[in-house]
Design a protein around this ligand. Structure first.
Ligand code: HSE
Length: 428
């Protein structure tokens, strides 16, 4: 095949501009590698007049991304607009209906509508590729669908939101409270337009749901991801966790258990010496575990123009070379509906509470834990600077229901000030 592969790019923000740059700067290299030219024929964005630092004069302009998706001179619709409904969804559906392949960086769209879109694309003999939607420049979708295709995957984990990792590591290194670092991240332009997507764990949960579908052969089930953001993490938690040999990360974990598929994106403690524990700043890390490969760790930039455009181009090049696989690595029609696990796999927990300085206070807490069936592994109490003192407890493995029972009882013992904090400890 020597005909050019013709792209229509919808969305000329950071990523779209990055893709245009790569195609303009590396035309020869891409043509050699693909065995055919890779060209842009048309583009679309909200504002035509905006200065983007790239020359768009060679390309046709469409105000409407649906019209772009339907153009006869477009083979691949490259969707870089974002948003899980509205124009991105309409244009992607239009592209599939018009017989185009799709490359997208849109995690939200696929987390919400991935299964329906995959069914439609595969019915029409089209592919949807989405490497850039998960962990920016890290080729994790490729690793899972291709490199690890000979494994039964057992667990997928990852720090997949660079902004949250930046905030948590900056709090620790600068000793600053959450609100101050959140403002810093905002000033640096790290936050999504809706910051809750980042700090609420939603963006990372979108990504986890996509990896989970590939790893476990289930329909994307974003609605069943147990999500908790980082907004309640205090500098005290970070410091105390460090004292006990841990780091706090917004960690995604997906695993198939006898009780069903467990998917969670929550702040967790991980050993400070583990690769995840050592991950600093805005970098992402994905840990993939399979029965044959055992464990592999992928680390790299999770956002930004170059890394994300690099991932888009990997998908474009696969299509240019004629490499076609089902959207989630096996035919969408064969993907089972996921059965969400009713309760989380038992894990050790880190508990922090403020204990009043009275005789028997600690004994009451220990008894409440014991009565809930929770055994204490380690404990540390700090000085009484005031009327109460922080107490940290690391438990042995405990079930979520047992923990919930203990957390319900402890505030009513009359010896604890405020609500206890509980964070899961993940063995990574
Ligand atoms: N806002 C994301 C992050 C990048 O901070 O990692 C896009 O998903």
């Amino acid at each position: 095949m020597t005909d050019p592969l013709r792209l229509g790019i919808a969305g000329l923000g950071t990523v779209g501009t990055g893709v245009v740059r790569i195609i303009r700067q590396k035309a020869n290299l891409l043509a050699e590698r693909a065995g055919r030219p890779v060209q842009i024929t048309a583009v679309s964005a909200r504002s035509r007049g905006k200065e983007r630092g790239v020359n768009l004069s060679d390309y046709a302009w469409e105000d409407d991304p649906v019209a772009l998706a339907q153009r006869d001179d477009v083979d691949v619709f490259v969707e870089l607009m974002g948003g899980h409904d509205g124009p991105a969804k309409h244009a992607t559906e239009a592209a599939i209906a018009a017989g185009k392949d799709v490359v997208t960086a849109n995690k939200a769209l696929l987390a919400h509508h991935g299964h329906a879109l995959a069914l439609a694309a595969e019915d029409a003999g089209r592919v949807i590729r989405f490497e850039a939607a998960v962990a920016g420049g890290i080729p994790v979708v490729k690793a899972l669908t291709e490199g690890l295709a000979g494994n039964d995957m057992t667990r997928v984990m990852g720090v997949m939101n660079g902004t949250c990792n930046y905030i948590l590591t900056r709090m620790q290194s600068a000793g600053l409270p959450y609100d101050e670092v959140f403002q810093e991240a905002s000033d640096l332009g790290y936050l999504e337009a809706d910051p809750q997507l980042d700090v609420g764990g939603i963006d990372a949960a979108h990504k986890l749901a996509l990896l989970s579908a590939i790893a476990f052969g289930t329909q994307v089930d974003f609605g069943s991801v147990d999500i908790e953001g980082i907004g309640a993490i205090t500098i005290e938690d970070i410091n105390h966790a460090a004292d006990m040999g841990f780091r706090i990360k917004l960690l995604g974990v997906a695993q198939m258990t006898g009780r069903g598929l467990e998917q969670r994106m929550t702040p967790c403690l991980v050993p400070a010496s583990s690769p995840l524990g050592q991950l600093e700043g805005g970098t992402n890390m994905v840990v993939l575990e399979g029965d044959n490969v055992e464990q592999i760790v992928l680390r790299g930039p999770g956002a930004g123009m170059g890394p994300t455009a690099s991932a888009v181009m990997g998908d474009v090049m696969d299509i240019a070379r004629g490499f076609r696989i089902p959207v989630f690595g096996r035919p969408a029609a064969s993907l089972e509906r996921s059965k969400p696990a009713a309760a989380g796999t038992p894990a050790p927990y880190y508990l922090r509470m403020s204990l009043e300085d009275k005789p028997g206070a600690l004994a009451k807490v220990a008894t409440a834990l014991g009565e809930a069936g929770i055994s204490i592994d380690r404990m540390r109490q700090y000085d009484h600077a005031g009327p109460d003192a922080p107490v940290l407890i690391v438990t042995h493995k405990a079930g979520r229901d047992d923990l919930a029972r203990a957390l319900d009882v402890i505030p009513r013992l009359g010896v604890v000030t405020g609500a206890p904090i509980a964070l899961r400890i993940e063995n990574v």
